[in-house]
Design a protein around this ligand. Structure first.
Ligand code: UDP
Length: 468
């Protein structure tokens, strides 16, 4: 890297696919600007994924040693998410190596700012030591951040009401939430627990950071962006959606070079068939019993579907693939989700509502059948169904937000998304949002302007001229 760059941005994503992928896309977005250098930090076994994603760009990659939890360097490979806090806490062992690199290895051009994942709370200490502004990447929508805060402040999380009883939020009176919309560790705040200690470190580091980088766009959730930014620092900067920055889908690949599921999607398009894409992200834990019901529900729904299954040790029901032969395809590999969502035949997404999946679906103009499972996904599902109205929720057997989904409930919900009134309305709304999202990252769009402002502000801080 020579010294002619105006701006040098350091990115350090957390080692889970849902946190790494958006920051790699953000790297591409930055590199579209002249005079900008990007250095991405990662660990040895994540290097191939990062390098492949940044292929063809000028981004530099620095690999830090990471004494792993059982040899695992990415949360999607953890045998159970119960190991998450141990994994996340261990990342602090990278701090001396990170600081060595900041001091000796990547000094030219001078680092202008860094964006590091909020789970890497200790990077704030490194940033402060080297006088580099740190932006925390949180990976959530402003809607979810506001609701989490509001629920905590209002005391509803510690209330005595039943777990599924809806409570109106005082600050956002059109929104009703229940305790079950939140993960147990947010509800039972035991100050001695690892989760509590970790979350406090993380929140305190966010509070002392220069700003928050948000993968969202103003028009999607302006009430919540404005609300967050009325609070004292750090400011939230909505500069997404990042997914548009990734390489163009391989739609024009010649037959034989395309993955088999992509050729299958092409066939469906030729037949003028619409397809439901079924995927639950990179780390959802789904019981065998629940997978059996999904299989039955998809089979009985009679819609075309592409189902990505992550669980290796679960077998499809006997004869399933033969019975759904023409109208269903099951994939057990890593897929290019963006490419699938952008395929013209895909007209619905049965999703766990990880924030990246929700945004990608919005950007691709595909309505969502929301089936939240963990983290803040229940809030994202409320946003999809009740706030921005781009889909519906899957029907659980007891009507509760974490209830078991039987095949009848799934079949009914799938039909409604693909053929019913709610699906039609969701499709119309999501297509409008897709256009707005596309414009947001274009010159003059809200996210592009926000990124310009961010760069100008940082440059003023460093008394340098901003890259254009
Ligand atoms: N993803 C993908 N292929 C897969 C599984 C996941 O490309 O086979 C991507 C997906 O497009 C998204 C990310 O991995 O960008 C998953 O993030 P999300 O927030 O949706 O869910 P998480 O995996 O964090 O629960």
């Amino acid at each position: 890297m020579d010294g002619s760059f105006g701006q040098h941005v350091v990115l350090f994503p957390f080692m889970s696919k849902g946190h790494t992928i958006p920051l790699l896309h953000f790297a591409r977005l930055l590199l579209l600007r002249h005079n900008t250098a990007v250095t991405v930090f990662t660990t040895p076994s994540n290097h191939p994924f990062v390098a492949a994603s940044l292929h063809g760009t000028t981004a530099s990659i620095v690999v830090l040693p990471f004494p792993t939890v059982d040899g695992i360097e990415s949360t999607d490979q953890l045998p159970s998410m119960s190991l998450f806090y141990k994994f996340a806490t261990t990342t602090a062992t990278m701090q001396p190596h990170f600081e060595h690199a900041l001091e000796y290895e990547i000094t030219i051009p001078r680092i202008t700012f860094m964006v590091t994942d909020s789970f890497l709370w200790w990077t704030l200490q490194s940033a402060t030591k080297f006088n580099v502004p740190r932006f925390a990447y949180f990976g959530m929508s402003c809607y979810s951040v506001c609701l989490l805060k509001e629920a905590a402040i209002s005391g509803m999380l510690g209330g005595t009401q039943p777990d599924d009883e809806l409570v109106t939020l005082t600050r956002f009176p059109w929104i009703k939430l229940c305790k079950n919309d939140f993960e147990a560790e947010f509800r039972n705040l035991d100050p001695k627990s690892v989760a509590y200690e970790f979350n406090m470190k993380l929140m305190s580091a966010i509070g002392d950071s220069y700003g928050m980088l948000v993968n969202s766009f103003y028009e999607l959730e302006h009430v919540f962006v404005d609300h967050i930014n009325t609070e004292p620092s750090p400011k939230s900067w909505c500069v997404g959606p990042f997914c548009f920055a990734q390489q163009t889908p391989n739609i024009h690949l010649i037959p034989g070079e395309k993955p088999r599921w992509f050729e299958w999607l092409d066939e469906k398009l030729e037949e003028k068939g619409s397809v439901l894409y079924v995927a639950f992200g990179s780390q959802a834990e789904i019981s065998d019993e629940q997978l059996n019901e999904i299989a039955k529900g998809l089979e009985e729904s009679m819609v075309n579907f592409l189902w990505v299954i992550r669980k290796g040790e679960w077998d499809l029901p006997d004869g399933f693939e033969e019975r759904v032969e023409k109208r269903g395809i099951v994939v057990r590999e890593w897929v290019d989700q963006w490419e699938i969502l952008m395929h013209e035949s895909v007209e619905g997404f049965l999703s766990h509502c990880g924030w990246n999946s929700v945004l990608e679906s919005i950007c691709a103009g595909v309505p969502i059948l929301a089936w939240p499972m963990m983290a803040e996904q229940h809030l994202n599902a409320r946003m999809v169904d009740e706030e921005i109205k781009i889909g519906l929720r899957v029907e659980t057997c007891d009507g509760s937000v974490r209830g078991f989904v039987k095949c009848e409930g799934l079949r009914k919900s799938v039909k409604e998304l693909m053929e019913g009134e709610k699906g039609r309305e969701g499709r119309k709304k999501v297509m409008e949002l897709a256009d707005i999202a596309k414009n947001a990252i274009k010159e003059g769009g809200s996210s592009c302007s926000t990124l310009n402002l961010l760069l100008q502000e940082i440059c003023t801080l460093h008394k340098e001229s901003p890259p254009m």
